[in-house]
Design a protein around this ligand. Structure first.
Ligand SMILES: [Zn+2]
Length: 207
């Protein structure tokens, strides 16, 4: 891999595969990986702690393989569900570090939790991966801007393709609010020619 390539740490690669396995089973994951270009997921030797070894090309390829195997529509739905499933593995791995699992945080009002949680979550990506996230907020809306996005890396598409991110945020909000459902939509995507990927979240829950 060239030095110019951006990466996720192996921990995050593992979280994605665990989430995916929950949705399509171990056989499904094997089939997706066997479709090719995903060698980094299959490498046996454990990397050094903190090392970033999963390239953005690979993360993007995973979603493409999913669409190839299950069809564009099916692959999209599975990616949302996998993103949702990823959240609890991510929480297990990073929640304590982010302070999100502390009782003091859990007792905050929902609006404060949304504000603080979004920033802590963005910081996780900005600090531990080469993904760049910028959170913008208005009275009614949170914009999760992915400035450098692994999910659609080097892809072109007529519509947004970063479904895993949308699923992950959906589940994060569900957890944060103790079971409320929010409108979460990818409204801009780099693959579609937009400057960056934007997941738009309405602060007012649907339920
Ligand atoms: Zn994207």
């Amino acid at each position: 891999m060239s030095a110019a390539t951006f990466h996720y740490p192996p921990k995050m690669g593992k979280i994605i595969l665990l989430g995916l396995e929950e949705v399509i089973g171990k056989g499904g994951v094997d089939a997706v990986l066997r479709l090719g270009a995903l060698d980094e997921f299959l490498q046996g030797s454990p990397p050094e702690a903190g090392e970033r070894t999963i390239s953005f090309e690979t993360v993007s390829q995973l979603q493409q393989n999913l669409e190839q195997l299950y069809g564009p529509r099916g692959g999209r739905g599975l990616a949302v569900r996998a993103g949702r499933a990823c959240f609890k593995y991510g929480l297990k791995e990073y929640g304590f570090m982010l302070g999100l699992t502390e009782m003091a945080f859990r007792l905050l009002p929902l609006s404060t939790k949304l504000h603080t949680g979004a920033r802590a979550f963005a910081e996780l990506f900005n600090k531990h991966t080469d993904q760049r996230v910028l959170v913008e907020e208005t009275e009614s809306t949170v914009y999760w801007h992915i400035e450098r996005c692994p999910l659609c890396w080097e892809r072109t598409s007529d519509e947004p393709v970063c479904h895993l991110a949308a699923g992950l945020l959906q589940e994060a909000l569900y957890w944060l609010s103790s079971g409320k459902v929010f409108s979460v939509e990818e409204t801009a995507c780099h693959a579609r020619g937009d400057q960056r990927c934007t997941i738009t979240i309405q602060k007012m829950p649907l339920t």
